[in-house]
Write a protein that binds this ligand. Structure first.
Ligand code: RET
Length: 293
C-alpha cells in the first residue's frame, strides 16, 4: 500500500515547505559530515570512533533524505484546475526511506553512546548486542506498521489494526531500549570527569526527548480529526526534521565535545585551541626541543 502522504492534494506552500525541509536536512547532514571528519583527531584514539560513527550516520542520512527529496520533487505536480499539488500518474512518495535510514542510524547512535561512555571489550559487546538488536527490531516493527497508514487514516478500505498492533510492539521495544540505555548511562558516566559527565547527562536527556518524538510522529495518521489534514502532513515532516537534526547532528556534536573535554583532561595535548590539537603534533616537551633545533 502506498504511503499516506500520497493521498493529499497539497496547497503550494505545504508542498514547498516539505520540499525545503528535505533540502535543508540533506544540506545539514552534508555540512555536518565535514565537521565530524575534521574533528576526529581532536580526541584521544579510544574516542575517535564517535566521530567516525557520526560520519557514517551523516552519509546514510544524506542519501536517504536526498532520496526523499528527489521522490517528493517527482511525485507531485501543479494542477491549474484545482490550484493544488497533486500526485502524478505512475509516481509515488515513500516515507519508508526514513525507516531504512533509522535502521542504520539507530544502531550507530547507540554504539556511539557506548563508546563515549567508555565501555570496551566484553562489557561493550554484551551491551551493544542488546541495544542494537532492540533498536533494529523497534524500527522494523514500526516499518511494517507504517504500511497500514492509509487504512487507519480512512483513505482506503481495509483493516487499520495492524498499524496499532505493530506500533504498540515497537513502542514496547522502545521502552526496553531506553531501560537498557539508562543502565548503560548510569554505569558508564563515572568513567568521565565531572565537566564532560554533565554534558553527557545533557546528551542522554536530549536523546530521550528526541527519540520519543519519532514515536509520536508515527501516531499522527491514526489520530481522528487530524489524520486527513494536509497541515498535519507538514507538521509530521517538521517533527521528523527537528528530531533528525537534533538526534544525529546535535547529539553527535555533544558527544564529540564530551570526548574532546575528557581527552583534554587526560592529556594536555588535546586541550582546546592548541596547535597540537589540530595537527596532532608530539607532546609539548618534545615540541620545545624541535623548536630549538
Ligand atoms: C517508531 C514506530 C512507532 C513506535 C516508536 C518508533 C520509534 C522510532 C525511533 C526512531 C529513532 C530514530 C533515530 C534516527 C536518527 O538517526 C519506529 C517510529 C517508538 C525512536 C534516532
Amino acid at each position: 500500500m502506498i504511503n499516506y502522504e500520497n493521498f493529499f492534494a497539497f496547497d503550494y506552500w505545504q508542498y514547498e515547505v516539505i520540499r525545503h525541509l528535505f533540502s535543508f536536512t540533506a544540506a545539514v547532514f552534508a555540512a555536518s559530515l565535514v565537521y565530524f571528519a575534521m574533528s576526529a583527531r581532536s580526541v584521544l584514539p579510544r574516542y575517535r570512533n564517535t566521530a567516525y560513527i557520526s560520519a557514517v550516520v551523516m552519509v546514510s542520512a544524506f542519501l536517504e533524505i536526498g532520496a526523499l527529496w528527489v521522490m517528493w520533487n517527482g511525485a507531485f505536480a501543479y494542477d491549474a484546475a484545482t490550484g493544488t499539488m497533486l500526485l502524478q500518474d505512475g509516481r509515488v512518495f515513500a516515507n519508508g526511506y526514513r525507516y531504512a535510514n533509522w535502521l542504520i542510524d539507530v544502531p550507530m547512535l547507540l554504539t556511539q553512546f557506548l563508546v563515549v561512555l567508555g565501555f570496551a571489550g566484553a562489557v561493550f559487546w554484551s551491551r551493544w548486542r542488546k541495544l542494537t538488536i532492540a533498536g533494529a527490531l523497534m524500527i522494523i516493527t514500526g516499518y511494517i506498521g507504517q504500511y497500514y497508514e492509509p487504512q487507519v487514516a480512512g483513505f482506503v478500505e481495509g483493516d487499520g489494526n495492524p498499524f496499532w498492533i505493530w506500533g504498540i510492539i515497537s513502542w514496547l521495544i522502545f521502552f526496553y531500549l531506553l531501560w537498557e540505555a539508562n543502565k548503560a548511562f548510569k554505569d558508564g558516566r563515572m568513567s568521565l570527569a565531572e565537566g564532560p559527565r554533565a554534558l553527557m547527562g545533557f546528551a542522554w536527556k536530549l536523546l530521550i526527548v528526541t527519540w520519543f518524538i519519532y514515536g509520536f510522529a508515527y501516531l499522527i495518521p491514526g489520530i481522528p480529526g487530524i489524520n486527513q489534514s494536509a497541515d498535519f502532513v507538514v507538521v509530521r515532516q517538521v517533527i521528523y526534521t527537528v528530531a533528525d537534526v537534533v538526534s544525529k547532528t546535535v547529539f553527535g556534536i555533544l558527544l564529540a565535545r564530551v570526548a574532546m573535554q575528557q581527552s583534554a583532561i587526560e592529556d594536555p595535548r588535546y586541550a582546546q585551541g592548541t596547535p597540537e590539537q589540530a595537527l596532532d603534533l608530539p607532546r609539548t616537551a618534545d615540541a620545545v626541543v624541535v623548536e630549538k633545533v
